[in-house]
Design a protein around this ligand. Structure first.
Ligand code: NAD
Length: 460
Protein backbone atom coordinates (compact mmCIF):
# COMPACT_ATOMS: atom_id res chain seq x y z
CA UNK A 1 0.00 0.00 0.00
CA UNK A 2 1.26 3.48 -0.81
CA UNK A 3 2.52 5.32 2.21
CA UNK A 4 4.07 8.33 0.59
CA UNK A 5 2.41 10.63 -1.88
CA UNK A 6 5.25 13.12 -1.84
CA UNK A 7 4.97 13.38 -5.60
CA UNK A 8 1.26 13.38 -5.13
CA UNK A 9 -1.07 13.20 -8.02
CA UNK A 10 -4.79 12.69 -7.95
CA UNK A 11 -4.16 9.36 -9.64
CA UNK A 12 -1.96 8.09 -6.79
CA UNK A 13 -4.51 9.19 -4.25
CA UNK A 14 -7.35 7.68 -6.28
CA UNK A 15 -5.51 4.35 -6.52
CA UNK A 16 -4.85 4.38 -2.80
CA UNK A 17 -8.49 4.98 -1.92
CA UNK A 18 -9.69 2.43 -4.49
CA UNK A 19 -7.45 -0.22 -2.92
CA UNK A 20 -8.70 0.53 0.57
CA UNK A 21 -12.30 0.54 -0.59
CA UNK A 22 -11.91 -2.84 -2.29
CA UNK A 23 -10.59 -4.24 0.96
CA UNK A 24 -13.39 -2.64 2.93
CA UNK A 25 -15.89 -4.28 0.60
CA UNK A 26 -14.31 -7.66 1.23
CA UNK A 27 -15.92 -7.46 4.67
CA UNK A 28 -12.72 -8.19 6.62
CA UNK A 29 -12.82 -4.95 8.57
CA UNK A 30 -16.34 -5.61 9.79
CA UNK A 31 -15.14 -8.58 11.85
CA UNK A 32 -14.91 -7.56 15.49
CA UNK A 33 -11.90 -9.83 15.95
CA UNK A 34 -10.08 -7.94 13.19
CA UNK A 35 -10.87 -4.61 14.85
CA UNK A 36 -9.58 -5.89 18.19
CA UNK A 37 -6.40 -7.13 16.58
CA UNK A 38 -5.77 -3.75 14.91
CA UNK A 39 -6.40 -1.86 18.16
CA UNK A 40 -4.02 -4.14 20.03
CA UNK A 41 -1.45 -3.69 17.28
CA UNK A 42 -1.80 0.09 17.50
CA UNK A 43 -1.17 -0.12 21.25
CA UNK A 44 1.80 -2.37 20.64
CA UNK A 45 3.20 0.06 18.08
CA UNK A 46 3.21 2.79 20.71
CA UNK A 47 4.43 0.68 23.63
CA UNK A 48 7.27 -0.93 21.70
CA UNK A 49 8.43 2.48 20.49
CA UNK A 50 7.69 4.74 23.47
CA UNK A 51 11.24 6.09 23.65
CA UNK A 52 11.31 6.94 19.97
CA UNK A 53 7.96 8.68 20.17
CA UNK A 54 9.13 10.76 23.14
CA UNK A 55 12.26 11.68 21.18
CA UNK A 56 10.38 12.89 18.11
CA UNK A 57 7.93 14.87 20.26
CA UNK A 58 10.94 16.53 21.82
CA UNK A 59 12.47 17.17 18.42
CA UNK A 60 9.28 18.75 17.06
CA UNK A 61 8.13 20.77 20.07
CA UNK A 62 10.79 20.31 22.77
CA UNK A 63 8.17 18.43 24.78
CA UNK A 64 9.45 17.19 28.12
CA UNK A 65 9.29 13.37 28.13
CA UNK A 66 6.92 13.37 31.12
CA UNK A 67 4.61 15.80 29.35
CA UNK A 68 4.79 13.80 26.12
CA UNK A 69 3.97 10.65 28.03
CA UNK A 70 1.07 12.19 29.93
CA UNK A 71 -0.60 14.17 27.15
CA UNK A 72 0.03 11.88 24.19
CA UNK A 73 1.17 8.36 25.00
CA UNK A 74 -0.77 7.47 28.15
CA UNK A 75 -3.75 9.30 26.69
CA UNK A 76 -3.69 6.87 23.76
CA UNK A 77 -3.27 3.84 26.01
CA UNK A 78 -6.37 4.84 27.97
CA UNK A 79 -8.25 5.47 24.77
CA UNK A 80 -7.36 2.09 23.29
CA UNK A 81 -7.92 0.16 26.54
CA UNK A 82 -11.31 1.75 27.10
CA UNK A 83 -12.28 0.96 23.51
CA UNK A 84 -11.15 -2.66 23.73
CA UNK A 85 -13.09 -3.06 26.97
CA UNK A 86 -16.27 -1.50 25.60
CA UNK A 87 -16.31 -2.65 21.99
CA UNK A 88 -18.51 -5.69 22.56
CA UNK A 89 -21.20 -3.43 24.01
CA UNK A 90 -20.88 -0.73 21.34
CA UNK A 91 -21.23 -3.06 18.34
CA UNK A 92 -24.37 -4.71 19.68
CA UNK A 93 -27.65 -3.94 17.90
CA UNK A 94 -30.00 -1.98 20.15
CA UNK A 95 -33.58 -3.17 20.25
CA UNK A 96 -36.38 -0.60 20.03
CA UNK A 97 -40.16 -0.95 20.20
CA UNK A 98 -42.17 -1.91 17.12
CA UNK A 99 -45.62 -0.26 16.92
CA UNK A 100 -48.73 -2.38 16.92
CA UNK A 101 -49.41 -1.98 13.20
CA UNK A 102 -46.04 -3.50 12.39
CA UNK A 103 -46.43 -6.60 14.57
CA UNK A 104 -45.11 -9.17 14.48
CA UNK A 105 -41.77 -7.47 14.01
CA UNK A 106 -38.41 -6.80 15.58
CA UNK A 107 -36.88 -3.34 15.33
CA UNK A 108 -33.35 -2.51 16.19
CA UNK A 109 -30.54 -0.06 15.49
CA UNK A 110 -27.49 -1.71 14.00
CA UNK A 111 -24.16 0.18 13.91
CA UNK A 112 -22.30 -0.43 10.66
CA UNK A 113 -18.91 0.83 9.45
CA UNK A 114 -18.89 3.80 7.08
CA UNK A 115 -16.11 2.72 4.72
CA UNK A 116 -12.88 4.60 4.06
CA UNK A 117 -12.07 7.52 6.34
CA UNK A 118 -9.53 10.32 5.94
CA UNK A 119 -7.96 11.58 9.18
CA UNK A 120 -6.01 14.85 8.92
CA UNK A 121 -3.98 15.61 12.03
CA UNK A 122 -2.60 18.75 13.63
CA UNK A 123 0.94 19.46 14.79
CA UNK A 124 0.52 20.51 18.41
CA UNK A 125 -0.16 17.02 19.78
CA UNK A 126 1.04 15.31 16.63
CA UNK A 127 0.75 11.76 17.91
CA UNK A 128 -2.40 11.95 19.98
CA UNK A 129 -4.43 14.06 17.56
CA UNK A 130 -3.72 11.72 14.67
CA UNK A 131 -4.09 8.37 16.42
CA UNK A 132 -6.87 9.17 18.88
CA UNK A 133 -9.36 9.59 16.01
CA UNK A 134 -7.93 6.43 14.42
CA UNK A 135 -8.96 4.40 17.49
CA UNK A 136 -12.73 4.84 16.92
CA UNK A 137 -12.21 4.63 13.15
CA UNK A 138 -10.82 1.13 13.67
CA UNK A 139 -13.31 0.24 16.41
CA UNK A 140 -16.17 1.04 14.06
CA UNK A 141 -14.69 -1.25 11.38
CA UNK A 142 -13.41 1.23 8.82
CA UNK A 143 -10.35 1.57 6.61
CA UNK A 144 -8.41 4.82 6.81
CA UNK A 145 -5.71 7.09 5.50
CA UNK A 146 -4.02 9.19 8.15
CA UNK A 147 -2.26 12.42 7.19
CA UNK A 148 0.03 13.78 9.90
CA UNK A 149 0.92 17.46 9.99
CA UNK A 150 4.00 18.52 8.08
CA UNK A 151 4.74 21.07 10.81
CA UNK A 152 5.78 18.27 13.17
CA UNK A 153 8.00 16.40 10.68
CA UNK A 154 9.83 14.07 13.08
CA UNK A 155 6.61 12.64 14.49
CA UNK A 156 5.09 12.48 11.01
CA UNK A 157 8.09 10.47 9.74
CA UNK A 158 8.00 8.03 12.63
CA UNK A 159 4.28 7.36 12.31
CA UNK A 160 4.71 6.81 8.56
CA UNK A 161 7.53 4.37 9.29
CA UNK A 162 5.80 2.39 12.03
CA UNK A 163 2.15 2.28 11.09
CA UNK A 164 2.63 -0.07 8.11
CA UNK A 165 4.70 -2.39 10.32
CA UNK A 166 1.93 -2.89 12.84
CA UNK A 167 -1.41 -2.35 11.13
CA UNK A 168 -3.12 -4.23 8.31
CA UNK A 169 -1.65 -2.60 5.19
CA UNK A 170 -4.70 -3.45 3.14
CA UNK A 171 -6.80 -1.29 5.43
CA UNK A 172 -4.58 1.59 6.55
CA UNK A 173 -2.08 3.96 5.01
CA UNK A 174 -0.18 6.96 6.22
CA UNK A 175 0.36 9.75 3.73
CA UNK A 176 2.87 12.41 4.66
CA UNK A 177 2.89 15.84 3.12
CA UNK A 178 1.50 19.34 3.17
CA UNK A 179 -0.89 21.31 1.01
CA UNK A 180 -0.34 19.50 -2.32
CA UNK A 181 -0.67 16.05 -0.83
CA UNK A 182 -3.67 16.99 1.32
CA UNK A 183 -5.33 18.63 -1.67
CA UNK A 184 -4.87 15.45 -3.70
CA UNK A 185 -6.38 13.42 -0.88
CA UNK A 186 -9.29 15.82 -0.49
CA UNK A 187 -10.17 15.41 -4.17
CA UNK A 188 -11.10 11.80 -3.47
CA UNK A 189 -14.38 10.41 -2.37
CA UNK A 190 -14.28 9.46 1.29
CA UNK A 191 -16.95 8.07 3.56
CA UNK A 192 -15.98 10.45 6.34
CA UNK A 193 -13.32 13.12 6.84
CA UNK A 194 -11.99 13.91 10.27
CA UNK A 195 -9.96 17.12 10.35
CA UNK A 196 -8.17 18.71 13.30
CA UNK A 197 -6.70 22.18 12.86
CA UNK A 198 -7.63 25.79 12.19
CA UNK A 199 -10.93 27.06 10.78
CA UNK A 200 -9.38 28.42 7.57
CA UNK A 201 -8.37 24.94 6.41
CA UNK A 202 -11.54 23.54 7.99
CA UNK A 203 -13.52 25.45 5.37
CA UNK A 204 -11.35 24.00 2.58
CA UNK A 205 -11.94 20.50 3.96
CA UNK A 206 -15.68 21.01 4.22
CA UNK A 207 -15.84 22.47 0.71
CA UNK A 208 -14.01 19.44 -0.71
CA UNK A 209 -16.22 17.06 1.26
CA UNK A 210 -19.38 18.77 0.01
CA UNK A 211 -18.52 17.79 -3.58
CA UNK A 212 -19.04 14.14 -2.61
CA UNK A 213 -21.61 14.69 0.14
CA UNK A 214 -19.05 13.31 2.55
CA UNK A 215 -19.78 13.92 6.23
CA UNK A 216 -17.10 15.73 8.20
CA UNK A 217 -15.96 16.07 11.77
CA UNK A 218 -14.10 19.33 12.24
CA UNK A 219 -12.07 19.71 15.41
CA UNK A 220 -11.18 23.39 15.30
CA UNK A 221 -10.10 25.99 17.82
CA UNK A 222 -10.96 29.47 19.00
CA UNK A 223 -10.50 31.76 21.95
CA UNK A 224 -11.41 29.75 25.05
CA UNK A 225 -12.26 32.17 27.88
CA UNK A 226 -11.30 31.55 31.46
CA UNK A 227 -13.70 33.37 33.76
CA UNK A 228 -12.43 33.91 37.29
CA UNK A 229 -15.05 35.12 39.75
CA UNK A 230 -14.19 37.23 42.80
CA UNK A 231 -14.95 34.33 45.14
CA UNK A 232 -12.66 31.84 43.37
CA UNK A 233 -9.87 30.08 45.24
CA UNK A 234 -7.17 32.07 43.49
CA UNK A 235 -4.23 29.99 44.74
CA UNK A 236 -5.69 26.86 43.13
CA UNK A 237 -6.96 28.79 40.11
CA UNK A 238 -3.52 30.28 39.41
CA UNK A 239 -1.87 26.85 39.39
CA UNK A 240 -4.52 25.25 37.22
CA UNK A 241 -4.74 28.13 34.78
CA UNK A 242 -0.95 28.30 34.44
CA UNK A 243 -0.83 24.54 33.82
CA UNK A 244 -3.63 24.74 31.23
CA UNK A 245 -2.06 27.70 29.49
CA UNK A 246 1.65 26.93 29.50
CA UNK A 247 1.68 23.17 28.93
CA UNK A 248 3.10 22.65 25.42
CA UNK A 249 3.99 26.37 25.45
CA UNK A 250 0.36 27.30 25.08
CA UNK A 251 -0.11 25.37 21.85
CA UNK A 252 -3.18 23.49 23.00
CA UNK A 253 -6.56 23.91 21.32
CA UNK A 254 -8.34 23.88 24.71
CA UNK A 255 -5.81 26.06 26.54
CA UNK A 256 -7.43 29.01 28.33
CA UNK A 257 -6.92 31.76 25.77
CA UNK A 258 -7.51 34.71 28.11
CA UNK A 259 -8.64 35.37 31.67
CA UNK A 260 -11.79 37.39 32.22
CA UNK A 261 -12.37 38.84 35.70
CA UNK A 262 -12.91 41.98 37.75
CA UNK A 263 -10.07 44.48 38.25
CA UNK A 264 -9.73 43.49 41.90
CA UNK A 265 -9.40 39.80 41.00
CA UNK A 266 -6.93 40.64 38.21
CA UNK A 267 -4.80 42.54 40.73
CA UNK A 268 -4.80 39.57 43.12
CA UNK A 269 -4.43 36.86 40.46
CA UNK A 270 -1.53 38.40 38.51
CA UNK A 271 1.13 38.06 41.26
CA UNK A 272 -0.08 34.54 42.01
CA UNK A 273 0.34 33.57 38.37
CA UNK A 274 3.80 35.14 38.34
CA UNK A 275 4.75 33.10 41.40
CA UNK A 276 3.37 29.87 39.94
CA UNK A 277 5.29 30.41 36.71
CA UNK A 278 8.51 30.81 38.70
CA UNK A 279 7.69 27.64 40.64
CA UNK A 280 6.99 25.69 37.46
CA UNK A 281 9.75 26.88 35.16
CA UNK A 282 12.21 28.75 37.41
CA UNK A 283 13.65 32.24 36.95
CA UNK A 284 14.87 31.29 33.48
CA UNK A 285 12.15 29.25 31.77
CA UNK A 286 14.35 28.97 28.71
CA UNK A 287 16.61 26.66 30.67
CA UNK A 288 13.78 24.60 32.10
CA UNK A 289 13.63 21.09 30.63
CA UNK A 290 9.88 21.23 31.23
CA UNK A 291 9.14 24.24 29.06
CA UNK A 292 8.46 23.66 25.37
CA UNK A 293 9.14 25.63 22.22
CA UNK A 294 6.98 27.20 19.54
CA UNK A 295 6.54 24.89 16.58
CA UNK A 296 8.50 27.10 14.15
CA UNK A 297 9.93 30.58 13.67
CA UNK A 298 6.93 31.78 11.67
CA UNK A 299 4.61 31.06 14.60
CA UNK A 300 7.16 32.60 17.00
CA UNK A 301 7.09 35.81 14.96
CA UNK A 302 3.28 35.74 14.86
CA UNK A 303 3.23 35.52 18.67
CA UNK A 304 5.92 38.19 19.10
CA UNK A 305 3.63 40.60 17.24
CA UNK A 306 1.01 40.26 19.99
CA UNK A 307 3.39 41.61 22.63
CA UNK A 308 2.68 45.13 21.43
CA UNK A 309 -1.07 44.72 21.99
CA UNK A 310 -0.96 45.52 25.71
CA UNK A 311 1.22 45.70 28.78
CA UNK A 312 3.58 42.74 29.34
CA UNK A 313 3.62 42.12 33.10
CA UNK A 314 5.62 38.86 33.05
CA UNK A 315 7.80 37.14 30.46
CA UNK A 316 7.84 38.68 27.00
CA UNK A 317 11.32 37.45 26.04
CA UNK A 318 11.53 36.02 22.53
CA UNK A 319 14.26 34.25 20.60
CA UNK A 320 13.05 33.51 17.12
CA UNK A 321 16.06 31.34 16.24
CA UNK A 322 15.34 29.08 19.22
CA UNK A 323 11.55 29.29 18.68
CA UNK A 324 11.40 30.47 22.28
CA UNK A 325 8.89 32.70 23.94
CA UNK A 326 8.84 33.04 27.73
CA UNK A 327 5.58 32.32 29.56
CA UNK A 328 3.98 35.73 29.27
CA UNK A 329 1.22 37.55 31.12
CA UNK A 330 -0.36 40.65 29.63
CA UNK A 331 -2.73 43.23 31.06
CA UNK A 332 -4.53 46.27 29.65
CA UNK A 333 -4.74 44.60 26.26
CA UNK A 334 -6.32 46.34 23.32
CA UNK A 335 -9.52 44.40 22.72
CA UNK A 336 -9.50 45.12 19.00
CA UNK A 337 -5.86 44.07 18.52
CA UNK A 338 -4.59 40.69 17.33
CA UNK A 339 -4.02 39.21 20.77
CA UNK A 340 -7.74 39.54 21.53
CA UNK A 341 -9.04 38.96 18.01
CA UNK A 342 -7.09 35.81 17.04
CA UNK A 343 -6.69 32.58 18.93
CA UNK A 344 -3.36 33.12 20.75
CA UNK A 345 -2.20 29.49 20.49
CA UNK A 346 1.03 30.22 22.31
CA UNK A 347 2.38 31.15 25.75
CA UNK A 348 0.70 34.54 26.17
CA UNK A 349 -2.09 34.94 28.69
CA UNK A 350 -4.01 38.21 28.47
CA UNK A 351 -5.80 39.08 31.71
CA UNK A 352 -8.83 41.13 30.78
CA UNK A 353 -10.50 42.98 33.62
CA UNK A 354 -14.03 44.22 33.35
CA UNK A 355 -15.40 47.19 35.29
CA UNK A 356 -18.62 45.25 35.70
CA UNK A 357 -18.18 41.50 36.23
CA UNK A 358 -21.83 40.90 35.33
CA UNK A 359 -20.82 41.66 31.73
CA UNK A 360 -18.73 38.46 31.39
CA UNK A 361 -21.48 36.54 29.62
CA UNK A 362 -22.03 39.37 27.15
CA UNK A 363 -18.26 39.51 26.54
CA UNK A 364 -18.16 35.77 25.74
CA UNK A 365 -21.37 35.71 23.73
CA UNK A 366 -20.28 38.64 21.54
CA UNK A 367 -17.51 36.42 20.21
CA UNK A 368 -17.45 33.11 18.33
CA UNK A 369 -18.48 30.03 20.30
CA UNK A 370 -15.31 28.74 21.95
CA UNK A 371 -13.97 25.19 22.05
CA UNK A 372 -13.71 25.34 25.84
CA UNK A 373 -15.09 27.58 28.56
CA UNK A 374 -13.60 27.72 32.05
CA UNK A 375 -15.20 29.14 35.16
CA UNK A 376 -13.44 29.43 38.50
CA UNK A 377 -15.84 30.08 41.37
CA UNK A 378 -17.09 28.60 44.63
CA UNK A 379 -20.62 29.60 43.74
CA UNK A 380 -22.47 26.78 41.95
CA UNK A 381 -25.34 29.04 40.95
CA UNK A 382 -22.93 31.46 39.27
CA UNK A 383 -21.21 28.61 37.41
CA UNK A 384 -24.54 27.09 36.37
CA UNK A 385 -25.79 30.44 35.10
CA UNK A 386 -22.70 31.06 32.96
CA UNK A 387 -22.70 27.49 31.60
CA UNK A 388 -26.39 27.65 30.73
CA UNK A 389 -26.15 31.00 28.93
CA UNK A 390 -22.76 30.69 27.21
CA UNK A 391 -22.41 28.03 24.53
CA UNK A 392 -19.07 26.26 24.15
CA UNK A 393 -17.81 22.93 22.86
CA UNK A 394 -16.69 21.81 26.29
CA UNK A 395 -16.69 23.38 29.74
CA UNK A 396 -14.91 22.89 33.03
CA UNK A 397 -15.60 24.44 36.41
CA UNK A 398 -12.62 25.10 38.70
CA UNK A 399 -10.08 23.54 36.37
CA UNK A 400 -8.75 23.57 32.83
CA UNK A 401 -8.61 20.77 30.26
CA UNK A 402 -9.21 17.90 32.72
CA UNK A 403 -12.45 16.89 30.98
CA UNK A 404 -10.23 15.33 28.32
CA UNK A 405 -9.57 12.45 30.70
CA UNK A 406 -13.22 11.42 30.97
CA UNK A 407 -13.67 8.81 28.25
CA UNK A 408 -17.44 9.09 28.37
CA UNK A 409 -17.47 12.82 27.63
CA UNK A 410 -17.71 13.79 23.95
CA UNK A 411 -14.92 16.05 22.74
CA UNK A 412 -15.81 18.53 20.02
CA UNK A 413 -16.58 22.12 19.18
CA UNK A 414 -19.70 24.07 18.38
CA UNK A 415 -20.16 26.85 15.83
CA UNK A 416 -16.77 28.23 14.77
CA UNK A 417 -14.93 25.82 17.10
CA UNK A 418 -16.03 22.79 15.14
CA UNK A 419 -18.68 20.18 14.48
CA UNK A 420 -19.04 16.58 15.53
CA UNK A 421 -17.28 14.91 18.41
CA UNK A 422 -15.23 11.90 19.38
CA UNK A 423 -13.63 10.08 22.36
CA UNK A 424 -15.00 6.85 23.76
CA UNK A 425 -18.35 5.74 22.44
CA UNK A 426 -18.92 9.17 20.90
CA UNK A 427 -16.05 8.41 18.52
CA UNK A 428 -17.46 5.01 17.72
CA UNK A 429 -20.78 6.65 16.88
CA UNK A 430 -19.09 9.28 14.72
CA UNK A 431 -17.47 6.65 12.50
CA UNK A 432 -20.48 4.34 12.36
CA UNK A 433 -23.76 4.54 10.58
CA UNK A 434 -26.68 3.64 12.84
CA UNK A 435 -28.85 1.65 10.49
CA UNK A 436 -32.51 1.35 11.36
CA UNK A 437 -33.69 -2.21 10.77
CA UNK A 438 -37.13 -3.74 11.01
CA UNK A 439 -37.56 -7.45 10.53
CA UNK A 440 -41.09 -8.61 9.75
CA UNK A 441 -42.69 -11.97 9.33
CA UNK A 442 -45.03 -13.09 6.59
CA UNK A 443 -48.03 -13.66 8.80
CA UNK A 444 -50.76 -11.16 9.65
CA UNK A 445 -50.62 -9.23 6.41
CA UNK A 446 -53.42 -6.85 7.36
CA UNK A 447 -54.93 -5.21 4.29
CA UNK A 448 -55.73 -1.73 5.63
CA UNK A 449 -52.67 -0.13 4.07
CA UNK A 450 -53.39 -1.51 0.61
CA UNK A 451 -55.62 0.10 -2.02
CA UNK A 452 -58.46 0.15 -2.69
CA UNK A 453 -58.94 2.40 0.35
CA UNK A 454 -62.28 2.57 2.09
CA UNK A 455 -63.89 4.27 5.08
CA UNK A 456 -63.79 0.98 6.92
CA UNK A 457 -60.00 0.85 6.55
CA UNK A 458 -59.58 4.49 7.59
CA UNK A 459 -61.38 3.82 10.88
CA UNK A 460 -59.01 1.11 11.90
P1 NAD B 1 -3.55 23.86 9.97
O1 NAD B 1 -5.01 24.08 9.91
O2 NAD B 1 -2.65 24.81 9.27
O3 NAD B 1 -3.12 22.41 9.53
C1 NAD B 1 -3.82 21.28 9.91
C2 NAD B 1 -3.74 20.27 8.79
O4 NAD B 1 -4.28 20.83 7.60
C3 NAD B 1 -2.33 19.80 8.47
O5 NAD B 1 -2.33 18.40 8.34
C4 NAD B 1 -2.02 20.48 7.15
O6 NAD B 1 -1.18 19.73 6.31
C5 NAD B 1 -3.37 20.63 6.50
N1 NAD B 1 -3.43 21.78 5.62
C6 NAD B 1 -2.85 23.00 5.80
N2 NAD B 1 -3.16 23.84 4.78
C7 NAD B 1 -3.96 23.15 3.95
C8 NAD B 1 -4.62 23.48 2.71
N3 NAD B 1 -4.51 24.68 2.13
N4 NAD B 1 -5.37 22.52 2.12
C9 NAD B 1 -5.49 21.30 2.69
N5 NAD B 1 -4.89 20.95 3.86
C10 NAD B 1 -4.12 21.85 4.48
O7 NAD B 1 -3.18 23.80 11.47
P2 NAD B 1 -3.13 25.06 12.37
O8 NAD B 1 -4.19 26.05 11.97
O9 NAD B 1 -1.76 25.57 12.48
O10 NAD B 1 -3.56 24.38 13.75
C11 NAD B 1 -3.84 25.15 14.81
C12 NAD B 1 -5.33 25.26 14.99
O11 NAD B 1 -5.85 23.96 15.19
C13 NAD B 1 -5.72 26.05 16.20
O12 NAD B 1 -6.83 26.84 15.87
C14 NAD B 1 -6.13 25.00 17.20
O13 NAD B 1 -7.03 25.45 18.17
C15 NAD B 1 -6.70 23.97 16.31
N6 NAD B 1 -6.65 22.67 16.95
C16 NAD B 1 -7.82 22.09 17.29
C17 NAD B 1 -7.80 20.89 17.94
C18 NAD B 1 -9.06 20.20 18.36
O14 NAD B 1 -8.97 19.03 18.74
N7 NAD B 1 -10.20 20.84 18.31
C19 NAD B 1 -6.59 20.27 18.24
C20 NAD B 1 -5.42 20.90 17.85
C21 NAD B 1 -5.45 22.10 17.19
Amino acid sequence: MLSDLSTASDRDAAALVAGLRAYFRSGSTAEVSWRRKQLSQLRKMISENEERFLQVLHADLRKAPQEGYLTEISFLYNDIDHTLKSLKKWVRPRKVNSPMLTQPAKSYVQPEPLGVVLVIGAWNYPLQLLLSPLVPVIAAGNCAVVKPSELSPATSRLIAELLPRYLDNDAFACVEGSVAETTALLEQRWDHIMYTGGGRVGKIVMGAAAKHLTPVTLELGGKSPCIVADDADLEVAARRIAWGKFTNAGQTCIAPDYVLCSKDTANRLTPLLQRVLREMFGEHPRESPDYGRIVNSQHTLRLADYLGDGEVVAGGEVDVDDCYMAPTLMRNVNLSAGVMQDEVFGPILPIVDLDDFSKVEEFVNNREKPLALYVFTRDDALANGILSRCSSGNACVNDCMMFMLAQDLPFGGVGASGMGAYHGEHGFRTFSHYKAVMRRRNILDIDIRYAPYSNRKMKF
